[in-house]
Design a protein around this ligand. Structure first.
Ligand code: GDP
Ligand code: IMO
Ligand code: MG
Length: 430
């Protein structure tokens, strides 16, 4: 049985949620392995919209097991709220359908406060984070002072963890002009949410091993995108986790051989939210038009996404870094009505041409895109469900992308709706 890992291959918001939802029909288990409620994944099923941040996109399908792995950072209050909202939309959620790894580190209110205080401080360049405390929570994880889900079961351990954490945070807060953390209020808040979280807590690594042995198909759901990866992204304008496929194993407690097919999700153009370099960005009417046609506003923060042409240099690079076996190309329909389209095929810097994104952030900000121009297509691709529905020029555009990124198109998405999807090759069939 093949297991599939879905990862974003650009700067996030590629349409991972839609594709994971579509693929989850063929999977038994859907597992998140990194990120937190900085993610915003939108699903549209028969006109009904579901917005997921923390819960795996498979949660909306009955009979599947959704898993939050240890690589995620979890805000208990956001977790409980998301469950309530989805239940209100008619989704059935129980400890049989949702499991939370016992070794998942928690995001506490102090993490969000620190994240926002840093962003508001004028002494360092803004990253444009989602303000959800993601970075500070991951810092505490590697700093060995996190409160983890399992710690909630024992009040004495919880107090020890909190005291260690506050020694660090109160010192930081003094420097930023913030009040010390109210220890008692924090402990009270945590003791209130503890039973609600512990209900879902499980040794996820054991559950996954058992399911795998029984022949279950596992779908790993990545959040963010490869260019936001803390190692390989446009550092320091990145998120604080590894967003590339290698994280699926460590973020759930499975071995590196647990992924058989890595599906990169790729938007037919490029977007980015927050600060940082973006070589093919269009700060003109065309960029505006892409944003309007693609409804490019962040699901989490409502911020306007920056837009630009498809950058084949970036996607070729991220496909290599994540070991992508095939891509799902999304939002092709957004390019309908453009008379002319461009694809970035290389960069120019200091009089030289290069075919990769350099590592130095100063160089990343300076590279100039080299474009190839394409004829737009007549009519529409919106809602197309087979290749034969696509205009010849659209097929030419897709084929050229495959050539440039050196990776085949496995799925093609032509609208937000679940079923407006063209299957070229079944990733689970490998
Ligand atoms: P994710 O973070 O990667 O899951 O992506 P988001 O959900 O944040 O953003 C993608 C947006 O595009 C959502 O509003 C989707 O409903 C929408 N979407 C997904 N695929 C398509 C598509 O093929 N065409 C169009 N027009 N919209 C799409
Ligand atoms: P999904 O899963 C797009 C961006 C933020 C910011 C940077 C760091 O929906 O694709 P953070 O709060 O993580 O410390 O912010 O990362 N970012 C995303 N951009 N899609 C996302 O998730 C993102 N999650 C974080 O805008 O630039
Ligand atoms: Mg998103």
């Amino acid at each position: 049985m093949a297991n599939v890992c879905v990862v974003g291959a650009q700067w996030g918001d590629e349409g991972k949620g839609k594709i994971v939802d579509w693929l989850s029909e063929r999977a038994d288990v859907i597992a998140r392995f990194q990120g937190g409620h900085n993610a915003g994944h939108t699903l549209v099923i028969d006109g009904k919209v579901f917005k997921l941040s923390l819960l795996p996109s498979g949660i909306v399908r009955p009979g599947k097991l959704s898993v939050i792995g240890n690589g995620v950072v979890l805000d208990p209050w956001a977790f409980i709220k998301e469950i309530e909202v989805l239940r209100g939309q008619g989704v059935d959620i129980s400890p049989e359908s949702l499991m939370l790894a016992e070794n998942t580190p928690l995001i506490l209110p102090l993490h969000g406060e620190l994240d926002r205080a840093r962003e508001e401080s004028t002494s360092v360049a803004k990253i444009g984070t989602t303000g959800r405390g993601i970075g500070p929570a991951y810092e505490d994880k590697v700093g060995r002072r996190s409160v983890r889900v399992a710690d909630l079961a024992d009040p004495a351990t919880l107090e020890l963890r909190i005291d260690r954490l506050l020694t660090h945070h109160d010192a930081l807060r003094r420097g930023l002009g913030l009040e010390p953390v109210d220890r008692d209020a924090l402990l009270k808040g945590l003791s209130e949410v503890a039973p609600k979280l512990l209900e879902y807590a499980a040794p996820v690594w054991r559950v996954l091993a058992a399911r795998r042995a029984a022949g279950a198909r596992i779908l790993f759901e990545g959040a963010q995108g490869a260019l936001l990866d803390v190692d390989f992204g446009t550092y320091p304008f990145v998120t604080s986790s590894n967003t590339t496929a290698g994280m699926a194993a460590t973020g759930t407690g499975m071995g590196p051989d647990s992924v058989d097919f890595t599906l990169g999700i790729v938007k037919a153009y490029t977007t980015r939210v927050g600060e940082g370099p973006f070589p093919a960005e269009l700060q003109d009417e065309t960029g505006q038009r892409l944003g309007e046609r693609g409804h490019e506003f962040g699901t989490v923060t409502g911020r306007k996404r920056r837009c630009g042409w498809f950058d084949a240099v970036l996607v070729r690079q991220t496909c290599q870094i994540s070991g992508v076996s095939g891509i799902a190309l999304t939002k092709l329909d957004v390019l309908d009505t453009f008379e002319e389209l461009k694809i970035c095929v290389g960069y120019r810097i200091d009089g030289r041409e290069i075919d990769y994104l350099p590592t130095a952030s100063e160089e990343q900000a300076r590279v100039e895109p080299i474009y190839e121009t394409f004829e737009g297509w007549p009519g529409t691709t919106a809602g197309a469900r087979s290749w034969s529905d696509l205009p010849a020029q659209a097929i030419k555009y897709v084929r050229r992308i495959e050539e440039l990124i050196d990776c085949p198109v496995t799925l093609l998405s032509t609208s937000p709706e679940r079923d407006d999807t063209i299957l070229v090759r079944d990733p689970f069939a490998d």
